[in-house]
Design a protein around this ligand. Sequence first.
Ligand code: PMP
Length: 416
Amino acid sequence: MNKPLAVEIRSSFDVDAVRADFPILRQQINGHPLVYLDNGATTQKPQMVIDAICRFYSEDNSNVHRGAHTLSDRATEKFEAARKALADFIHAPDQREVIWTRGTTESVNLVAQSWGRKNLQPGDRVLVSAMEHHSNIVPWQMVCAEKGATVEPIAVDENGCIELDAFRSMLDERVKMVAVNHVSNALGTINPVAEMARLAHEAGALILVDGAQAASHWMVDVEAIDCDFYALSGHKMFGPTGIGLLWGRAELLEAMPPWLGGGEMIESVSFAGTTYNQIPFKFEAGTPNIADAIGLAAAVTYLNSLDRDGAIAHEKALLNYALEKAAAFEGLRLVGTAVQRVSVMSFVLEGIHAADIGMLLDQQGVAVRTGNHCAQPIMDQFGLDGTVRASFSFYNTFEDVDRLFAALEKAREFLL
Ligand code: PMP
């Protein structure tokens, strides 16, 4: 492993100890030790998360908020403690502001369908960046089509950065919502969401931040960003699939109508008229995903136990090492070259289709994502139908980077 000295000095994070917490990493794929570089799609789960879910079903399983027995009390206590853990994790001032959802997609749809249907008028504008994931475009298109409002893209430059001047000049009194990702899954760009929140608020608009790709890389602080809504997916931050959250300011959530109707979200039901529960329950119709909320709280406990500064420095060193190798790799073109970025490397290889590369890397045990990354508009802007995306996490090693490039070399020899 020929890692540069600068990297060695910067990275004292104990990656071997961390890897030992992730059982899935200890396996062979197609006869090679697994190199998992698809963390943007979903992260792996530490044993602690797996155990928390197993323990819940083995010892505490019951429905929440409704039983008159010990198990139900225990399940409710753990479920609400999980909400508190997530509220603390994102610096939410009030745990009632944390609504459990299935993930970022559902969180954005909740705001679009509840806030949007109530507040958007014909002629109103919703601004989204040109590098949004489809889940932060399509829900807005759906509600805007219904309400006679428009969804307009904020320009992104050739490096993959939001053009702040263009954004500033778009803002007027008809802009009611700005919806932007904290980190682009396709390019890795970290967006200036705090600055965008300030500008949106000055113009009288609200801002929703899609944080799906942020919480796996650093500590999210919704108060510091000063946004109005923040969406997260548990599975992208070392927790289970099928659970995530929407954080929203209490006064906004309280003024929003419920989206899904059913049990739990009501105060009383009668044919003369139904009244609704308080937040957050007003937005949590039906039996929630109790076990995975508890699993997600275990992921947060795990993250809090890590040397996060060390993890951030390690990821940065991995990215820099990968970028050095990329610069020396003939025919490789990076897609997304923002200075402010997470450990994501999106690229194309001249003359080779991304899907073919993905397949040949998998044969060598290297897992990457290929395709448009559910971000077709930005791919169109770059004139591509897809890229290869290697997304690193703190459990990746310099050797993983070496393996990626060795596998790319072989794939190129095979295909060209
Ligand atoms: N936004 C971004 C930036 C994402 O990367 C993703 C997942 N790729 C989503 C939203 C959607 O997340 P989920 O599928 O967990 O709802």
